[in-house]
Design a protein around this ligand. Structure first.
Ligand code: TXA
Ligand code: MG
Length: 324
């Protein structure tokens, strides 16, 4: 059984300290329980994907306790400010352009140039976020493919020992996830219906809002449907033991990365570390001076499944420009 503690000054302090050490803490929000990790720590974010057993990297929601904490993470716009003052704290997630130099790990947004952010209204969530003073990445605290948890017991049953601490704050009052709204284009689009209704949103904005689809809410039927995911410009060559001349090389395990053209996801062959480095290193190598990026074989176990899934999609995207 994982450790469960009722919310108190002491358990909040322990939870904040665990989060600062890169551990995973499940906590109540008004929508569902979240599985939290320090969003600025790539290895802690990788541990979220490992704990959930996610077969691919879905972008995660970043939680903070006040709007000013977002100034360094995302680019605000007028609609975002309007919706933030109308509905935060509350069951609304805004997708905004990621700010240059944002401290949030690229793995948390699955390599995207955007970031989903939210201020939850649950008093225990706010207490924790206030105590930790870090942006917290938190998907719903359930194993991949299972129902979102609305009680601490659901979390314990679903994640077991994979979570370091579960804060007990009773039943999540809404029981349905936040509404995800994409504000990165001229018109807002609802990517995932949720606790904030379309009517509430339209009343506040004074106009109709379209409904789209979040990149990973349903299993994509073709790699082209992940068009909003980051894919390198250069072609990828997977399971490559060595680079060809003029190729960049992304190694894994015993391999000396000794020039600008070579990077190593993890010299210790640690899949957690490799996941944390994946998107940032692909970006670093994605330069016009190379003909392509060769990637070392990655074992198909644990987080390796999600890493290989992402690499295969990135490789396939190259050949499927018009697949929709
Ligand atoms: O109510 C909630 O939102 C809960 C609590 C814990 O806050 N969290 C939650 O997280 O439901 P998760 O990971 O289960 O769902 C995140 C949703 C997915 O639909 C994902 O595709 C979308 O947010 N999302 C995250 N980042 C995105 C981005 N940069 N662009 C578009 N969609 C994004
Ligand atoms: Mg979920």
């Amino acid at each position: 059984m994982p450790l469960l503690l009722p919310v108190s000054d002491q358990s909040i302090a322990s939870a904040a300290s665990l989060l600062r050490q890169g551990k995973l803490v499940a906590f109540p929000t008004e929508t569902v329980y979240g599985l939290g990790a320090d969003a600025t720590n790539g290895q802690a974010v990788a541990a979220i994907y490992a704990a959930k057993g996610r077969p691919s990297f879905n972008p995660l929601i970043i939680h903070v306790d006040r709007a000013e904490a977002l100034d360094e993470l995302v680019e605000w716009n007028d609609t975002a400010r309007q919706l933030a003052s109308a509905f935060w704290p509350g069951p609304m997630t805004l997708v905004l352009p990621r700010k240059q130099g944002s401290s949030v790990s690229l793995l948390a947004s699955a390599g995207l140039d955007t970031l989903a952010v939210r201020i939850p209204s649950h008093p225990d969530a706010l207490r924790l976020l206030h105590a930790v003073r870090l942006p917290i990445a938190a998907p719903s605290a359930n194993a991949s493919g299972k129902l979102s948890p609305t009680t601490p017991q659901h979390v314990a049953e679903s994640l077991g020992e994979n979570v370091d601490l579960i804060l007990e704050g009773g039943r999540s009052p809404l029981g349905i996830e936040s509404t995800v709204i994409d504000l990165t284009n001229a018109e807002p689009v609802i990517l995932r219906p949720g606790g904030l209704t379309r009517e509430q949103l339209e009343d506040a904005l004074g106009y109709k809002v379209n409904v789209g689809r979040a990149p990973c809410e349903k299993a994509p039927t073709s790699p082209g449907m992940l068009a909003s995911h980051y894919a390198p410009t250069l072609p990828l060559r997977l399971n490559a033991e060595f680079p060809e001349p003029h190729e960049a090389y992304l190694g894994f395990g015993v391999y000396r990365a000794d020039s600008d053209a070579f990077l190593n996801l993890s010299e210790e062959a640690n899949l957690n570390e490799a996941a944390a480095n994946l998107f940032a290193m692909l970006r670093t190598l994605d330069k016009p001076e190379f003909t392509g990026i060769a990637v070392a074989p990655i074992p198909e176990t644990g987080l390796g499944v999600a890493i290989n899934d992402r690499l295969r999609r990135a490789a396939a995207d190259r050949n499927q420009d018009d697949s929709g």
